[in-house]
Write a protein that binds this ligand. Structure first.
Ligand code: G6P
Length: 485
């Protein structure tokens, strides 16, 4: 692509809008599903640009050339630029440092953190690789949008090689308290890497505060806590909270489709209970699946009147299966499901319907429509878009959202019934209340929830990004007299 073209967006994320799959006819790009893809892809389709990402496959060698494809294949609109990773890199960078050090650390699971110097150095090398791919695509005037904890060192690389590039970074998971972050031997490197950006976004002000404190205490940076600004290397880095939204109207449209409604009806008939509860998430220890199952079991023990009348559909989406902690969790979850069903099944009645799979959008919305109660009870979660999707799909204004107070979305979603997922008895009592909630109360709560999710949808979120970057572009670049070093 010529570097003389008009300004464009270069998206950068570990997982991109496509997964590259080998087929007998050659490599095929298969569209990926994620909150980020639904938010940003329509924009790239309309305006063009580039998405730089690992395509999800193994490269034969470290210096293998990544594919560069015009996508979508049948109606090319933007470029997908693959960053090829070898099996060793995938292991040390992705399964290793990102998902066995940063992920548990940011979700406050210190005892699960595994800090390893080889994993760290591979993480640093892979981040340099991503930055190299961006530099092949970017021209001055473009906006580089880097995402998530996999790529914390990319901004500083880009700043070093091409100081004029305008950069935005969004961190999609919680940002931990500085005391916790300080346990990571390379915490200052992570902070310095991030401070290469111009604007740094988080879902919540609490994460912004944690980041600002970490920059001040672990790096000695000068920080304006009122204005959310870090002064660093003669630059002013703006930090802000912009909780991500969903495509509210798309979920509503899907929910009113007669075929979706028919499928929801069919699911209810198949399961055949009075009240149906649902949970959907990646099979991850942060999501609190085991704790929720324990609370469900407690409910059936303590409130026997529900036996035979309620069921929980647990959809666990396969995730990071090469990481031992995830494999162990799968065994534990399945053992718990087996135990509960063994204890409380009766004839054709089963209290837990467990599925280990991912669902396409229409099927997912059919489950949202079928569920009287949605249980989103993570032990910690950066935000949680599933909670918002449930709200958007409930076009008849009924349904109860049970939400963990440790999900970022609980800060926004007034109207949800909040739970502490560490308190099994308390959670069982709240399940009891939610299952028995009357229609008027459900409607009152859901109206509040829908108002919020509709107003702060994905278009609002993208707009926050545009406005912030436009303001930044108009600003003088250098900050004289600042104390950053
Ligand atoms: C979280 C992260 C994303 C990540 C997703 C799925 O939501 O914030 O960056 O893509 O989990 O995890 P995976 O390891 O499959 O990419």
């Amino acid at each position: 692509m010529s570097k003389k073209q008009a300004a464009k967006i270069v998206m950068v994320s570990n997982r991109g809008s496509y997964n590259l799959q080998a087929t007998p006819e050659g490599i095929k790009p298969v569209p990926a599903i994620s909150g980020l893809v639904s938010a940003v892809e329509p924009f790239l389709r309309e305006k063009g640009g580039v998405w730089v990402a690992w395509g999800g496959r193994e490269a034969p060698q470290e210096n293998s050339q990544g594919l560069r494809l015009a996508v979508p294949i049948d109606n090319a609109a933007y470029t997908f630029h693959e960053v090829p990773l070898t099996a060793g890199e995938i292991n040390l960078y992705y399964h290793g440092f990102t998902n066995s050090a940063l992920w548990p650390l940011c979700h406050y699971f210190l005892e699960r953190c595994h800090y390893d110097a080889r994993e760290w150095s591979t993480y640093a090398r892979v981040n340099a690789k991503f930055a190299g791919a961006v530099l092949e695509e970017a021209a001055v005037g473009d906006i580089i949008w880097v995402n998530d904890y996999h790529l914390a060192l990319v901004p500083a690389h880009l700043r070093h090689c091409q100081p004029q590039l305008k950069q935005f970074f969004f961190w999609h998971i919680p940002f931990p308290h500085h005391d916790l972050l300080a346990t990571l031997p390379w915490a200052p490197h992570i902070l310095r890497g991030l401070l290469g950006t111009d604007v740094l976004g988080f879902h919540l002000q609490a994460y912004v505060d944690n980041f600002l404190q970490a920059a001040a205490r672990l790096l000695g940076a000068r920080v304006d806590f009122e204005e959310n600004i870090v002064y660093w290397e003669q630059r002013r880095i703006h930090v802000g909270a912009w909780p991500m939204g969903i495509d509210y109207r798309a979920f509503q449209r899907q929910a009113v489709e007669p075929s979706t409604r028919a499928r929801a009806q069919e699911l209810r008939e198949q399961i055949g209970v009075e009240r149906l509860a649902l949970s959907v998430e990646r099979l991850d220890y942060t999501k609190g699946i085991l704790e929720r199952l324990l609370a469900w079991e407690r409910l059936l023990e303590e409130a026997p009147e529900w036996r035979g009348r309620v069921a929980l559909v647990q959809i666990a989406v396969p995730s990071r299966t090469a990481v031992p902690a995830y494999r162990r969790l799968k065994e534990e979850v399945e053992a718990a499901v087996g135990r509960i069903n063994g204890r409380f099944s009766d004839g054709s009645y089963r209290p837990v319907h467990y599925f280990w799979l991912g669902l396409p959008r229409q099927e997912l919305v059919a489950y949202y429509l079928a569920a009287d109660v949605m249980m989103v009870t993570p032990l910690r979660d950066g935000l949680n878009l599933v909670a918002k999707e449930y709200v958007a799909s409930r076009c008849d204004n009924t349904g109860v959202l049970v939400l963990s107070r440790f999900a970022g979305a609980s800060q926004e979603l007034k109207g949800a019934v909040l739970v502490n997922p560490y308190d099994i008895d308390g959670m069982a009592m709240i399940f009891n209340t939610a299952l028995g909630m009357g229609r008027a109360e459900q409607e009152k709560r859901l109206r509040l929830l829908q108002e919020r999710v509709r107003r702060h949808d994905v278009h609002w979120w993208m707009n926050c990004f545009h406005q912030t970057m436009a303001a930044k572009k108009g600003e003088a670049d250098d900050v004289s007299g600042s104390a950053g070093s």
